[in-house]
Design a protein around this ligand. Structure first.
Ligand code: RP5
Ligand code: MG
Ligand code: MG
Length: 278
């Protein structure tokens, strides 16, 4: 059985809420945990109901759980999720927090993660370790907790995942939110061209994100866009933007420490590309 770790025990991010302790053997909902009383937390900004958030009293409007609800996708990549007292229940198990924390949607909150890779070169030759080529990926440093991560973000209502992948890469790794419309146009053509090449699916499903709760959790589609010759992405000057405060090409190996489940995504990408890992 899969377990989650980063959304269990300790403080809930950006809050003073202590998660109720959930031991490894009590994560699974099927295991009785009689005195389980998760602390309730939904952040003030979510309660204000910005456009990306659901209503706190969502039950009253009978949303379509496990379905496409208007343009809000309430389906899980994990399959059917259960409801408890009319609210979605985390498909992996207990987290020690009920409510939504700082996530906007009850149930799955959908994201997309673009994993852009190239080979590490020294002039015209591949740099190697253990007779395998070293892969590099574009990493961003998150503003919220300073952790390094894939430049991913939330899928907007009605947006296609293929669009989210390009948009978030543009915002976080190239800072396209801050350039003139004219410059943006120029970038967008190059971006589209690069992302149109075949992306490989690396992972689709639940993310062990520190913001997850018993009733709200992150899911993603992570795709690898690999630049074999190093000529396609060379056009992009990296500038951190949006919710990123740093951006760089990062060498891939087993010592990586990344946000949420991102290390797993990079490990899978290294396997796919037959790159050095350890
Ligand atoms: C992670 O949160 C996903 O894998 C994605 O990278 C990210 C999306 O959230 P924000 O970057 O918009 O905070 O779970
Ligand atoms: Mg973003
Ligand atoms: Mg992001």
């Amino acid at each position: 059985e899969e377990l989650h770790f980063k959304c269990r025990n300790g403080l809930y991010p950006r809050s003073d809420k202590q998660r109720t302790h959930v031991p490894d053997d009590k994560v699974d909902w099927k295991i009785p945990f009689n005195d389980y009383k998760p602390v309730y937390y939904t952040s003030a900004s979510v309660l204000k109901k910005p456009e990306w958030a659901d209503d706190e009293a969502i039950k009253e409007s009978s949303p379509k759980w496990n379905a496409l609800d208007g343009n809000i996708d309430r389906r899980s990549h994990q399959g059917h999720y259960e409801l408890e007292e009319g609210l979605p229940r985390n498909p992996i198990g207990r987290t020690g927090v009920s409510g939504r924390g700082c996530l906007g949607r009850w149930g799955p909150n959908h994201a997309a993660d673009p994993i852009v890779t190239r080979w590490k070169m020294e002039g015209k030759s591949h740099m190697q370790k253990g007779k395998k080529n070293i892969l590099q990926f574009i990493a961003i440093q998150r503003k919220d907790n300073k952790e390094w991560a894939v430049p991913g973000g939330m899928v907007d209502p009605g947006e296609a995942v293929s669009e989210t992948l390009i948009r978030e890469f543009g915002e976080e790794a190239l800072n396209l939110l801050d350039v003139s419309a004219q410059e943006k146009k120029k970038f967008e053509a190059d971006l589209k061209e690069f992302f149109m090449r075949k992306g490989e699916l690396i992972y689709k499903g639940y993310v062990d994100d520190p913001r997850n709760t018993d009733n709200a959790w992150m899911e993603t589609v992570a795709m690898n866009f690999h630049d074999e010759e190093g000529t396609g992405v060379a056009k992009f000057a990296l500038h951190a933007g949006s919710d990123a405060e740093g951006v760089k090409w990062m060498d891939v190996d087993s010592s990586l420490q990344l946000y949420a489940s991102h290390r797993d995504f990079i490990k899978k990408t290294a396997e796919l590309r037959k790159a050095y890992w350890s």
